[in-house]
Design a protein around this ligand. Structure first.
Ligand code: LLP
Length: 386
């Protein structure tokens, strides 16, 4: 439910507003649909690592997918079971590997042959043993924005499928690591489910290489990537997890003892978050374009500037009249524009705007650029008058 103006006025803008009820309904739905097939979900912390959000997600029993020592720490501190934590990332630092080994995480998703050697070496020094999954780059086109595609052959992510044999020979020779499974992740904001069918068929053929070589793979992790409806968040607040999981059920047959894991981020937290901002100024350009300058900027939500991403914008203070506006932030960058030439009700200084579907990669990607403060979080259940 959208926050009321009365409650907005209690907070300094800009801030992130989280609908906890919607988050819980989303978690209920994803858990119900995954458990139908016995699938496991590791929440991708990179989408949103707000403490309260993490607590809600942890309460539903999800595992965690981390890409830095900081995220491993945040998930451990939030109470996620270390045995359900996986650690991916192309550039894991030694101190991060040490920390994850100390915490006894379930697996490192390894992204290069050299990384296997480094983890082996560190585990040996620590007199411990590391379980790894090979992140294999399957060369599948995710059909999404190029900046959020990871699974094509020449991306920096994962181990080339042409190097699988060499990786396995290496693991055999390294005494302090053992392989538990395979990991794949091809991209984010994927709306065409056929892409996941293509992923499944690549996974099936890669897995058959392993069984032909007598190697048992018990853990298969197909990453995240399920997209959300940015155009109509009100109509589609919860992604279609049912159909999504069914694609994997129908196209990725599991053998006895094999488990299928997912690393969902955006689809879990995106729609529960809204960036609330106040209008500062109106101005007109020489050619007659209307600009509305707001107190949020790319430092709170960088997605429009970075990916030309669309976020629905609503005027919460006025519903009357109609005008075409471009909505911009105050940072000294020409790309600091939330939307160009959109229709909104007449929008004046002091009006509150809601920038929707901002729960994923919004607050998590906020920065201090221009020495602007980081945005705060406000939760729907901190108010009683809804
Ligand atoms: N697993 C791995 C290995 C990943 O790299 C990612 C996202 C995920 C899981 C979670 O994917 P999701 O379910 O959220 O699609 N900042 C961009 C998105 C970057 C995604 C990076 N990796 C954006 O704002 O669109």
């Amino acid at each position: 439910m959208m926050i009321s103006i009365k409650n907005i006025e209690k907070h300094a803008t800009p801030f992130y507003y989280y609908d906890i009820n919607l988050l819980r309904r989303t978690l209920e739905t994803v858990c119900k649909n995954a458990s139908r097939y016995g699938y496991h979900i590791h929440y991708a912390l990179k989408a949103n690592f707000d403490k309260r959000i993490l607590e809600e997600i942890k309460n539903f029993g999800l595992g965690a997918d981390c890409v830095s020592g900081g995220e491993v720490r945040a998930s451990v501190e939030a109470g996620f079971d270390p045995k359900k934590i996986v650690f991916a990332g192309v550039g894991k630092r030694d101190d991060e590997i040490i920390y994850a080994l100390e915490k006894g995480i379930f697996a490192f998703n390894c992204e290069s042959l050299e990384e296997l050697e480094v983890i082996n070496e560190i585990a040996g020094r620590m007199h411990t043993h590391a379980t790894v999954a090979l992140r294999i780059n399957p060369d599948v086109d995710p059909q999404t924005h190029k900046n959020i595609s990871t699974g094509h052959a020449d991306s920096k992510f994962g181990i080339a499928y042409t190097e699988i044999e060499e990786a396995m020979a290496k693991i055999d020779a390294l005494p302090n690591i053992s392989i538990v499974g395979l990991h794949f992740h091809i991209g984010s904001q994927i709306l065409n489910l056929d892409v996941f069918k293509n992923l499944c068929s690549r996974v099936v053929s890669i897995m058959s290489w392993f069984s032909e070589h007598g190697i048992e793979i018990s853990y298969i992790n197909v990453g995240g990537g399920l997209g959300v409806d940015y155009i109509a968040p009100e109509t589609n607040p919860i992604p279609d997890f049912d159909t999504y999981f069914k694609v994997f059920h129908d196209n990725l047959p599991l053998k006895e003892g094999q488990t299928l894991h997912f690393e969902l981020g955006r689809s879990i937290v995106c729609q529960c978050g809204t960036l609330i901002s106040k209008v500062l100024y109106n101005k007109k350009t020489a050619s007659g374009k209307n600009f509305v300058l707001i107190d949020a900027s790319m430092t709170e939500l960088i997605r429009p500037a970075l990916y030309d991403a669309y976020h629905r914008i609503e005027n919460l203070s006025n519903k009357h009249g109609n005008e075409v506006y471009s909505i911009a932030g105050g940072v000294c960058e020409s790309s600091d524009i939330f939307a160009r030439d959109i229709e909104l009700p007449i929008t004046k200084r002091g009006d509150y705007l809601a920038i929707r579907s901002a729960g994923a990669y919004g607050q998590a990607m906020a920065s201090n650029y221009n020495l602007r403060p980081l945005p705060e979080s406000v939760y729907s259940d901190s108010f009683i008058d809804f």
